[in-house]
Ligand binder design. Structure first.
Ligand code: KG4
Ligand code: ZN
Length: 360
C-alpha cells in the first residue's frame, strides 16, 4: 500500500510517501520545509507566522512529495506510474502542537482523503516520534520490538518516560515538572547569545568545550522516581553569566559542554532506573533531542554496560526532528490494526493530546 503522511504541528511543513508491501517499507519521499529562517529573528516559534507559512507551503510540499515519490518508483518499476492515483490512506498529525498550525495540516488532509476517497488516519505527534524507531532501511521489514519497552521521549515540548506494553498501549511513568529538554536547550542558547534553534547549536558548541570548568547541578538525579526538572539549570547558568559579566566564546563552549552533560546525566540515570524497575526488554529514544549525538552515544554505552540484555533502538538522524515519514509510519501501524474507517467529520485537532491517548 501507499500512505501519505502530513506533519504541520510546529514550524516544519513536512510530507512523505511510504510504500509498504508485505510489511517491507520504502520511503519514497520525505520532504521537509523548515521555517527556521522566519522564526530565528524572534528567538522562537511565533504561532501565527507558523500557521500562515504552513498555509503557503502545504500544497507545494504535497506536490513535491508526490512528484519525488513517483520519480523514485519510476526508477524501479512502471515509468508511467502516477502515485496520486494509488494512495491508499492519508495520515496526519492531529495533536499535540500549535492549534492553528495543526488546523492547516488536518483540513488539507481531510480534503485530500475526501477527493481521493481513502481513509484519513489521525496521528498523535508523540506517537509519530516513537514510531520513527520502527522505520527500517529501505525495503526491509518494519522493526520488531520486544515488549515491554521504554521510550525516552525528548522534544521541544515534551520530556517523558513512556512504558510501552505493545504498540499503542502507552503509559507515562515519569515526566518533567517544568521545562522540556529541547526547551531547556533553546532557553540556554538564548541566555548565552546562541542563535535559535538552541538544540543543535548548543550541541555543536558543547563538542568544542570542556565539561566541569563551570559546575552545574544535576537536578533530581538522586530521587527514586522517574521525573525530571530542568528549570533550575537555567537559574544556575544565569548565575554564571552574572558572575562572569561578559562571556568569551570559550566560556560559552564550556557552559554548553557542562549543560549538555548535566542534562544527559539525569536523562540516562532515570532511563536506566526505569528500565531496570520495569524489567523492559527494549529501550528507545524519540523526539528532536534524540538527534543529540552525545545523548545517543552515552545512553547506548550505559545500556550495554548496565542492561546488556536490553535492546537499544534509536531513530535514524533524519527522522528525529519533525517529519512526515514518522507520521505515515504511525498511521500505517494504526491502519494495520484494522480500525473502523474514520469519519472525516469526527476527526478533530487536539493541541494538548497526550501520548497515552493513542489507542489503535
Ligand atoms: O521533536 P521536535 O523536532 O519538535 C517538537 O516536537 O518539539 O524537537 C525540537 C527540539 C528543539 O527544542 C530543538 O532545540 C531540539 O529538539 N533539538 C536538539 C538537537 N536537535 C534538535 N536538542 C539537542 N541536541 C540536538 N542535536
Ligand atoms: Zn516533534
Amino acid at each position: 500500500m501507499y500512505i501519505l503522511g502530513i506533519e504541520t504541528s510546529c514550524d516544519e511543513t513536512a510530507v512523505s510517501v511510504l510504500e509498504i508491501v508485505n510489511n517491507k517499507v520504502t520511503v519514497l519521499s520525505n520532504i521537509i520545509s523548515s521555517q527556521l529562517a522566519i522564526h530565528k529573528k524572534y528567538g522562537g516559534v511565533v504561532p501565527e507566522l507558523a500557521a500562515r507559512k504552513h498555509t503557503e507551503n502545504i500544497i507545494p510540499i504535497i506536490d513535491e512529495a508526490i512528484k519525488t515519490a513517483s520519480q523514485n518508483l519510476n526508477k524501479i518499476q512502471n515509468p508511467k506510474f502516477k502515485i496520486q492515483n494509488y494512495i491508499d490512506a492519508v495520515a496526519v498529525t492531529s495533536g499535540p502542537g500549535l492549534v492553528t498550525s495543526l488546523m492547516v495540516g488536518v483540513e488539507t488532509a481531510k480534503t485530500l482523503a475526501w477527493s481521493w476517497q481513502v481513509p484519513l488516519i489521525p496521528v498523535n505527534h508523540l506517537d509519530g516520534h516513537i514510531s520513527a524507531n520502527f522505520i527500517p532501511h529501505d525495503r526491509e521489514e518494519i522493526k520488531k520490538i520486544k515488549f515491554p519497552a521504554l521510550c525516552l521521549l525528548v522534544s521541544g515540548g515534551h520530556t517523558e518516560l513512556v512504558l510501552m506494553q505493545k504498540i499503542g498501549d502507552y503509559k507515562i511513568i515519569g515526566e518533567t515538572q517544568d521545562d522540556a529538554v529541547g526547551e531547556a536547550f533553546d532557553k540556554i542558547a538564548k541566555m548565552i547569545g546562541v542563535e535559535y534553534p538552541g538544540g543543535p547549536n548548543v550541541a555543536r558548541l558543547a563538542q568544542q568545550g570542556k565539561k566541569g570548568v563551570f559546575k552545574l547541578p544535576r537536578p533530581m538525579i538522586a530521587t527514586d522516581d522517574f521525573d525530571f526538572s530542568l528549570s533550575g539549570l537555567k537559574s544556575a547558568v544565569h548565575r554564571i553569566i552574572f558572575v562572569q559579566k561578559k562571556l568569551s566564546l570559550i566560556d560559552k563552549k564550556n557552559i554548553c559542554a557542562e549543560f549538555q552533560q548535566a542534562v544527559i546525566d539525569v536523562l540516562i540515570k532515570k532511563t536506566i532506573l526505569a528500565g531496570e524497575k520495569n524489567r523492559v526488554k527494549t529501550i528507545m529514544i524519540a523526539g528532536g533531542v534524540s538527534a543529540n549525538i552525545e545523548l545517543r552515544t552515552q545512553l547506548a554505552e550505559k545500556i550495554k554496560q548496565d542492561l546488556p540484555k536490553v535492546d537499544f533502538l534509536i531513530p535514524d538522524l533524519k527522522y528525529c526532528t519533525d517529519n512526515g515519514t514518522m507520521i505515515a509510519m504511525a498511521g500505517y501501524l494504526k491502519y494495520q490494526k484494522k480500525m473502523k474507517p474514520y469519519n472525516l467529520e469526527a476527526i478533530e485537532i487536539n493541541p494538548n493530546l497526550s501520548v497515552t491517548a493513542h489507542k489503535p
